[in-house]
Design a protein around this ligand. Structure first.
Ligand SMILES: [Zn+2]
Ligand SMILES: [Zn+2]
Length: 424
């Protein structure tokens, strides 16, 4: 699942020669986002995927399972692999004692949504209501809910449930639970395997544990993308100590993930260098996002000059690219974190990591605890994603633009401010 991760649409990538000092080809921001999602989805959905292929779900059966006897809901759903969204009526489950009912205010559009609705991964369970970057208002809570009350502003991210009993769940790493239930197009094990319907809808019911509080003062629309893109970069920064003032962070790719990584890095007091194939992004990176430096990865001189200067690198690019030149940028014992999801294996020369004792790690979103901590940090530092807010009736156009990487840096749907139309 890691969700989220992008499709390589953006700038044409030039494939680099696979040796140290070779030009690196790093796609533009869109890559990063799309592939990353793939990852998440792939990991989480693997089991469900194989089941789905054995036992295809007819649309009618899916629609019957979408009537769960609770609040009526209107969402926008894709009915087939064209990925075209249109109004869809269903009902949410009856609120349980530990459930929170949320009126959806805003929902971000992630590259994963695009992949799922077009069935690029073969895992779509139509009708698919996308959306896992949700900010909303609590309208009702179950009798056992203690953390939330009606009127609270809350967020829901990439997943809405997990097994609760495995080692990952026990350690607060629900995002790595094999039984994690994705917010959209997930398999709701507790409800007969019904497909979950996401945040492109007016209401959602979620177990309290999987809901996070949105701190006062944060803009809800700019917060929505943090629930996925934000925690995906924040979580590994915390885990690998890439959150310390004075350290030097490299951010590869300046898209939905990369741009928030820059913001978090600066808020941590780090020196932040954006590494990109697109020299045209220099001004944006430095003047608008606050990066300290900008490296054009295809310029061997620039790359050479930066050799051994970075404590850590967050690589958000989902297009295939060479990583050896990036590893050269790390100091001894430096750490690279891969959050993009290229669909071909990356090539690793052990000489790029062994002599300097360098590390390479992956990351897939973050836990509920990571997500809450990330929001608290964002609230303290006024961090939000750069967004283009749209109404639901623009969503199909937005998805087309997203596929071309024509967004800076995230579309967010004003769900509550949209006319969702007549549910079909
Ligand atoms: Zn996502
Ligand atoms: Zn678990």
């Amino acid at each position: 699942m890691s969700h989220h991760f992008g499709i390589g649409i953006q700038s044409p990538a030039r494939l680099p020669a696979p040796f140290p000092g070779a030009l690196i080809v790093i796609g533009a921001r869109s890559f990063a986002v799309r592939e990353r999602n793939n990852l998440a989805t792939a990991s989480v959905a693997a089991a469900s995927h194989s089941r789905a292929r054995r036992r295809p779900r007819a649309a009618t059966a899916g629609q019957e399972m979408d009537q769960q006897g609770g609040n009526p809901a209107v969402g926008w759903a894709a009915r087939d692999a064209t990925g075209v969204l249109s109004p869809y009526g269903f009902s949410r489950r009856v609120q349980s004692d530990d459930d929170v009912t949320i009126k959806v205010l805003y929902c971000g559009i992630c590259h994963t949504d695009l992949h799922v609705i077009k069935n690029y991964w073969g895992s779509a369970k139509y009708p698919v209501v996308p959306g896992h970057e949700i900010v909303g208002t609590v309208t009702d809570v179950g009798s056992g809910v203690t953390k939330f009350k009606a009127g609270d502003t809350v967020g829901v991210g990439y997943f809405v449930d997990s097994c609760g009993s495995c080692e990952c769940c026990g350690n607060g790493h629900e995002n790595y639970c094999a039984g994690v239930v994705l917010t959209s197009n997930g398999v709701d094990h507790a409800r007969g395997g019904a497909a979950t319907l996401g945040g492109f809808s007016d209401v959602i019911v979620v177990r309290e544990h999987y809901v996070v509080r949105v701190p006062d003062g944060l803009s809800p629309e700019r917060t929505a993308p943090l629930l996925c893109a934000g925690v995906t970069v924040y979580s590994p920064m915390m885990r690998h100590a890439l959150n310390q003032a004075g350290k030097h962070l490299g951010v590869v790719g300046l898209g939905g993930l990369g741009h928030v990584a820059v913001k978090f890095g600066k808020a941590f007091g780090m020196k932040v260098t954006v590494i990109s194939t697109s020299p045209s992004k220099r001004q944006e990176a430095i003047e608008h996002l606050g990066a300290d430096e900008f490296l054009v990865s295809s310029d061997p001189e620039q790359m050479k000059a930066a050799t051994g200067t970075m404590d850590g690198i967050i690589d958000t690019v989902s297009a295939w690219h060479t990583i050896t030149p990036l590893l050269m940028l790390l100091k001894p014992m430096g750490q690279m974190v891969v959050v993009g999801v290229p669909n071909k294996p990356l090539e690793l020369s052990v000489y790029a990591i062994v002599p300097g004792g360098k590390g390479i790690a992956g990351n897939n979103v973050g836990s509920v605890g990571d997500c809450q901590a990330m929001l608290e940090f964002a609230g303290k530092h006024g961090i939000g994603a750069e967004v283009e807010v749209i109404k639901m009736d623009y969503v199909n156009t937005a998805l087309e633009r997203l596929e071309k990487n024509d967004v800076r840096y995230r579309f967010v749907i004003d769900v509550a401010g949209s006319s969702l139309g007549s549910a079909a």
